[in-house]
Design a protein around this ligand. Structure first.
Ligand code: RB5
Length: 144
């Protein structure tokens, strides 16, 4: 599975921590930026990630801004993107089982790397349930 990661300046530190953690486990996260702590605009980061996911070059995205809110709103403007802000463990499970999210979103100023890694594990260890949830996702996709 190919995974891309991106953040604005508010999520930069957490992004770097996640890249380092997964590198230790021989999992290479594809870093789409930002590459330093200079102020930047989260809609630009969300666009880059959305385009990368929609091109099918990667299977899953991780997006981070200060709270996770702005970058979620921006990413979900792209048709075919299902960006889920994983603000707790239960939501991490449901984001896979019910929503089949293709971007996981976190807050660099509201979450620490331990809880974020735990939620990524939960998401990865669950399966999309399909059925009625697939119908609901298709209804979202129909509204172009
Ligand atoms: C940037 O200061 C901050 O507004 C941004 O990272 C994010 O939290 C917006 O929702």
């Amino acid at each position: 599975m190919n995974i891309a990661i991106a953040s604005d300046h508010g999520g930069f530190q957490l992004k770097q921590e996640l890249i380092a953690y997964y590198a230790q486990k021989d999992i290479l996260l594809i870093d789409l930026g930002t590459y330093n702590t200079d102020s930047c605009d989260y809609p630009d980061i969300a666009k880059k990630m959305a385009e990368t996911i929609l091109s099918r070059r990667v299977d899953l995205g991780i997006l981070i801004c200060g709270t996770g809110i702005g970058i979620s709103i921006a990413a979900n403007r792209y048709h075919g993107i299902r960006a889920a802000l994983l603000y707790n463990d239960y939501v991490a499970e449901m984001a896979k089982k019910h929503n089949n999210a293709n971007i996981l979103v976190f807050g660099g100023r509201t979450m620490n790397s331990n809880e974020v890694i735990h939620r990524i594990d939960i998401f990865m260890n669950n399966k999309f349930e399909g059925g009625r949830h697939d119908c609901r996702i298709k209804k979202i996709e129909e509204r172009k």
